[in-house]
Design a protein around this ligand. Structure first.
Ligand code: SF4
Ligand code: SF4
Length: 490
């Protein structure tokens, strides 16, 4: 008898219903028309973020559990009402836990390669979290700082310019901070203000809580801002034709594949980013091109959009977004820079909740702006927790001025596009914690800590939008969101 592969064994066990955790779902490997009863999470073939290969599924059911428990999506709609159409916020966490590797990121690195071959100028920008995670795919421990090696690998793969999304994050911080101060001082929109940089969270709010959309910041995400700034300000400074730029972001996040295709993010019919490559895809690309990653000499960013403050760098961590916004909001509120405690705002740092001490739990803090103004801050990890917080807000049992929400536990450092461990559990809390610490260490050691003091950001505002402090309609940096409640068929 031929030796059975591990996957064949798992498939047999799963189909026979021998895994105890299968008990909630139908135990069959036959495709079923009743999607609410299938063991695996149903995935639309046109899903822009992830793809599903039924032949690899081992029927472990892990994808449905994470979608339900962490994201609060599966089980929170009725397939009969949606016409058997799955609801998905594109977080990708089902691919992180997938035992059979049946769910993977929809790959885009081949499109980057094709663009290069077609003579395009390839520009790649690194999201904050990737610099503490790429080397895990090549055997290094979680949290290994590898920014220089990643830049070198991208250059070896054909990138003409390598830039830092932390620059875009600095712009997001400035816009969100201005908006928070306007809500506080001029009641320009309701409080609390929700952060908007996590596309899976924004989609969750559009779908399940659209009446809270006026609370979601209109600032575009760092990748969205970086995208349009590369094709306008950067292209002009470097003498490049924006139409010939193929603009790529290297991310920890599959939901960015959905976000960059939002029509409301376009400026004069032009998309900012053309492709999203996750770190797991980058590792495949490096191996396919036989780049010797382990022996690369570190490289550094190209000028202009390779310069960022520590506020932009810590954006990849849970609590990092809130901390970064508070630093600059203090400046816009008072006209002076914040005291040192704002530069290491420990109450919102780390995985643990402040009251429960539970990993992934709710963090609560107060930031004092003046004798008469204290900002109540909440930091939320996971859309299931966001659902709880929103329900408490509705019930009036919780209060806040600023709420950071990240769909993934740990923030972007827990993103599904980052490398998995070789065995179950594929993404541990220790891995998230190591990445968090490495990113804070990098941020705390940076020479610049305030987004509004980034000299290139100042130059950008002066040349394109006007005074940083003035709030004008700025389609390059701002957007709007609309309800998706109709998708639920209710
Ligand atoms: S990507 Fe996220 S929301 Fe979509 S099916 Fe997977 S876990 Fe659920
Ligand atoms: S996690 Fe993967 S292998 Fe397990 S049921 Fe879902 S798709 Fe199949």
């Amino acid at each position: 008898m031929q030796e059975m592969t591990r996957r064949e064994w798992l498939r047999m066990m799963g189909a026979a219903g021998l895994f105890p955790f299968f008990s909630n779902f139908l135990q069959s490997d036959e495709p079923t028309s009743d999607l609410s009863a299938s063991i695996h999470i149903p995935i639309d073939p046109n899903n822009p973020a992830i793809v599903f290969d039924q032949s690899k599924c081992v029927y472990c059911g892990a994808c449905r559990r994470v979608c339900r428990r962490m994201m609060s999506v599966d089980g929170f709609y009725d397939f009969k009402k949606t016409g058997n159409q799955p609801i998905c916020i594109h977080c990708g966490q089902c691919s992180t836990v997938c035992e059979g590797e049946a769910i993977v990121m929809r790959p885009e690195w081949q499109a980057v390669k094709a663009a290069k071959a077609a003579g395009k100028t390839v520009v790649v920008s690194l999201s904050p979290a990737v610099r503490v995670a790429v080397s895990e795919a090549f055997g290094q421990p979680a949290g290994t700082f590898c920014e220089g090696e990643v830049i070198a690998a991208l250059r070896a793969l054909g990138a003409d310019y390598v830039l830092d999304v932390s620059f875009g994050a600095d712009l997001t911080i400035i816009e969100e901070a201005k908006e928070l101060v306007e809500r506080l001082k001029h009641q320009s929109a309701p409080l609390p203000q929700f952060t908007s940089c996590c596309p899976a969270w924004v989609e969750f709010c559009e779908t399940y809580f659209p009446h809270y959309l006026p609370n979601v910041s209109i600032a575009k995400s760092p990748i969205a801002m970086q995208g349009v700034v590369v094709k306008t300000f950067f292209a002009k400074q470097k003498g490049l034709d924006p139409k010939n730029i193929f603009n790529v972001a290297l991310t920890p996040c599959s939901a960015k594949k959905f976000e960059i295709r939002r029509p409301e993010f376009e400026v004069e019919g032009m998309r900012g980013m053309d492709a999203i490559v996750t770190v797991r895809e980058l590792a495949d690309w490096i191996r396919a091109e036989k780049v010797d990653y382990e022996n690369l000499s570190p490289s550094s960013y190209d000028s202009l959009l390779g310069e960022a403050s520590s506020a932009g760098i810590i954006f990849g961590n849970t609590g990092g977004v809130a901390e970064a916004i508070l630093r600059t909001a203090y400046y816009f509120y008072n006209g002076t820079n914040p005291p040192n405690e704002f530069l290491q705002f420990s109450a919102v740092r780390g995985l643990l909740g402040t009251e429960t001490q539970r990993p992934g739990g709710l963090k609560c803090a107060t930031a004092v702006f003046s004798e008469t103004c204290s900002i109540k801050v909440l930091v939320v990890q996971g859309c299931a927790h966001a659902r709880e917080v929103l329900e408490q807000l509705q019930a009036g049992t919780i209060e806040a001025d600023l709420i950071e929400v990240m769909a993934c536990e740990g923030g972007c450092v827990g993103g599904a596009g980052l490398p998995r461990a070789k065995t179950i559990p594929y993404l541990t809390r220790a891995m998230r914690q190591a990445r968090i610490e490495a990113l804070y260490a990098r941020g705390d050691a940076a020479p610049l800590h305030l987004a509004h003091e980034n000299p290139i950001a100042k130059q950008f505002y002066a040349q394109t939008i006007g005074e940083m402090e003035m709030r004008k309609g700025a389609p390059l940096l701002q957007t709007s969101y609309a309800s998706r409640a109709a998708d639920l068929g209710e």
